[in-house]
Design a binder for this molecule. Structure first.
Ligand code: ADP
Length: 188
């Protein structure tokens, strides 16, 4: 299985992705986690990424594409993978398709879209801000991240529909309920 997780910030991609790793035994690649690690390490790449991240804007395609390309070359990704936070725009999706073609591995098998309404998204992210203190979980930045998601990332649902691999799953409810909905799609 070569899975892409789609959904607004705070829709539960990270949490559900971890549960999918445990159930299906394939690695998860999170560009958000990788970028935050680079920011914390203070690398040159991290410094460039931080400016965009703090504003709720997308980091340059070349940076995130480099991260994903390197990670997908690792041997453990040969049996499949879960992408969380990538692709985030059409250019990234097309680059990913090209990468998979070059690796001779076949395309994305499932694009799982977690659907959660905007008000729930804002309240979840404000709650997370209190607990984790992420720099980009401030209300104005949250609103911008949602706007960027709607403008740039939501069109990928149609992109993967055209490939016949898109599935929208209700992202409201208990963690277990949502997980079983996702697992049902993957085992169908
Ligand atoms: P969330 O989905 O909760 O908004 P992430 O942890 O996935 O958060 O990403 C946090 C930030 O990292 C994004 O707002 C963006 O600035 C940057 N980022 C992550 N993935 C990408 C990507 N594929 N392309 C561009 N920027 C990205």
């Amino acid at each position: 299985m070569r899975i892409v997780l789609l959904g607004a910030p705070g829709s539960g991609k990270g949490t559900q992705g971890e549960k999918l790793v445990a159930r299906f035994g394939i690695p998860k690649v999170s560009t958000g986690d990788a970028l935050r690690a680079a920011v914390n390490e203070g690398t040159a790449l991290g410094k460039r990424a931080k400016v965009a991240m703090d504003a709720g804007e997308l980091v340059a395609n070349e940076i995130v594409i480099g991260i994903v390309d390197e990670r997908l070359q690792q041997p453990d990704a040969r049996k499949g993978f879960i992408l969380d936070g990538f692709p985030r725009n059409t250019a990234q999706a097309e680059t990913l398709d090209g990468m998979l073609q070059r690796m001779g591995s076949g395309g994305i098998t499932h694009a799982l879209h977690l659907h959660v309404n905007d008000e729930e998204i804002v309240s979840r992210l404000l709650e997370r801000a209190k607990i984790e203190g992420r720099a980009d979980d401030k209300e104005d930045v949250i609103r911008n991240r949602i706007a960027v998601y709607n403008a740039e990332t939501a069109p990928l649902i149609a992109y993967y529909k055209a490939q016949g691999v898109a599935h929208t799953v209700d992202g409201m409810g208990s963690l277990e309920e949502i997980f079983e909905r996702l697992a049902a799609v993957l085992t169908a």
